[in-house]
Ligand binder design. Structure first.
Ligand code: 3Y8
Ligand code: NAP
Length: 249
C-alpha cells in the first residue's frame, strides 16, 4: 500500500493531491507554514518544517512513506535539496514535480538577473513605480534602492510594516488574472515589474499583463535544481507511481 508524501505549496502540488484523492491513494500534503490559512486540501495536511535533512529522514521512516514527491516552488531550493538527500539516505523513491521556466515571448521586455542582488542592481537610477511581485520574504533588501515607489503584494498582512520608505501594499493570494494585474499596474502607474521565474500559470498573469502594457520586467532566474528525476505534469507523477508500484518499491 502506497503512502505518498507531497511537499506542497504550489498549484501543481494541489492538483496532484486532488488526483491522488480521486484515486483513493494514501497521501499527505506538507506545507512549511508560511501563510496564515493555507489552501484546504482533499488529503491530510501537515504544516511546519521537518528539522533539516535528519528531521525529514526521521519523518519518512516514522510515517512509513513509500514515495516522496517534491512539488515545491522552483525557488524553494533548500527544501528540494533536503528532499533529494533524505530520499537517498532512506532509499525512498523520489521525483520532482515542477513547471518549466517561462520563456520570453514576442513583445516581452525582460532583463534576466541571477538573484535578488542582480534585481537590485538592475533598479539603479532615477525613481520609478516598481511592482515588486516577490512576496514578503525578500522585500526589505530593496531598501537599498529607496528612490522607487514600490507596489508590494503579500499573501497575508505583515505583522511589521515593510522596511521600504515609499510603498503601497496589496494583500492578495494567487492565482491572479491578467485583467486584474493590468488594472493594478495602471492604477499604480507601474513602469517596471520585478518577478521570479516561477513558471506555471499561478503567477504568470503579471508577466502577460506587463507584455500587454509594454512594461519592462526584471526577471530573476531560478536557482539550479538538484539532480533528480523531474516531471512537469501531474500525469508524470501518476505514471511514476504506477511504474514504481510495478517494480514493487
Ligand atoms: C505557503 C500556500 C495553491 C498554490 C498557489 C504557484 C501559484 C498562487 C503565485 C505575485 C507572485 C510568490 C508567493 C506566489 C504564488 C501560487 C501558489 C503562488 C507568488 C501560497 C502558499 C504558501 C505560499 C508561500 C509564499 C511565499 C512567497 C510566494 C507569494 C497557501 C499562497 C511571490 C512567489 O509571506 C510569506 O512568507 C510568503 C512566502 C514563499 C515568496 C516570498 O518570498 O514571499 N509563496 N504561497 C506554502 C507553505 O507554507 O509551504 O497559503 O495556500 C501558494 C502559492 N503561491 O495550492 O493554489 O503555484 O506558484 N507565492 C513567486 O512566484 O514569485 C506571488 O504576487 O505575482
Ligand atoms: P525553502 O527556503 O526551500 O525551505 C526552507 C525551509 O522551510 C526548509 O528547509 C524546510 O524546513 C521548510 N519547508 C519548505 N517547504 C516546506 C514544505 N512544503 N513542507 C515542510 N517544510 C517546508 O522554502 P521556501 O522558499 O521558504 O518555500 C516555503 C514554501 O512556500 C514551500 O511550500 C514552497 O513550495 C512555497 N512557495 C515558495 C515560493 C518561493 O518563492 N520561495 C513561492 C511559492 C510557494 P526544515 O529544514 O525544518 O525541514
Amino acid at each position: 500500500m502506497s503512502n505518498i508524501l507531497i511537499l506542497g505549496g504550489t498549484t501543481e502540488a494541489s492538483a496532484l493531491a486532488s488526483a491522488l484523492a480521486e484515486r483513493g491513494a494514501r497521501a499527505v500534503l506538507s506545507y512549511a507554514g508560511r501563510t496564515d490559512r493555507p489552501r484546504a486540501q482533499p488529503v491530510p495536511v501537515r504544516v511546519g518544517g521537518f528539522g533539516g535533512v535528519s528531521g525529514l529522514v526521521r519523518h519518512l521512516r516514522d510515517e512509513g512513506v513509500t514515495h516522496l514527491v517534491d512539488a515545491t516552488h522552483p525557488f524553494a531550493a533548500t527544501m528540494s535539496e533536503h528532499a533529494v538527500a533524505a530520499a537517498r539516505e532512506t532509499g525512498v523513491p523520489h521525483i520532482m514535480l515542477t513547471r518549466p521556466p517561462w520563456i520570453a515571448a514576442e513583445g516581452d521586455r525582460w532583463t534576466h538577473v541571477p538573484d535578488i542582488a542582480g534585481a537590485l542592481a538592475a533598479l539603479k537610477g532615477p525613481a520609478r513605480n516598481v511592482m515588486l511581485a516577490l512576496g514578503r520574504m525578500h522585500v526589505d533588501a530593496f531598501a537599498a534602492q529607496p528612490q522607487h515607489h514600490y507596489l508590494l503584494r503579500f499573501v497575508d498582512a505583515p505583522v511589521v510594516a515593510p522596511g521600504l520608505p515609499r510603498h503601497a501594499l496589496v494583500i492578495d493570494r494567487g492565482p491572479f488574472t491578467v485583467e486584474r494585474d493590468m488594472g493594478l499596474m495602471r492604477d499604480h502607474g507601474i513602469d517596471c515589474v520585478v518577478s521570479k521565474n516561477a513558471g506555471g500559470g499561478g503567477a504568470q498573469a503579471k508577466i502577460i499583463a506587463a507584455r500587454t502594457l509594454g512594461l519592462p520586467v526584471v526577471m530573476i532566474d531560478r536557482p539550479p535544481a538538484p539532480a533528480a528525476q523531474v516531471t512537469h505534469e501531474v500525469a508524470g507523477v501518476l505514471e511514476w507511481l504506477g511504474h514504481a508500484a510495478e517494480r514493487g518499491v
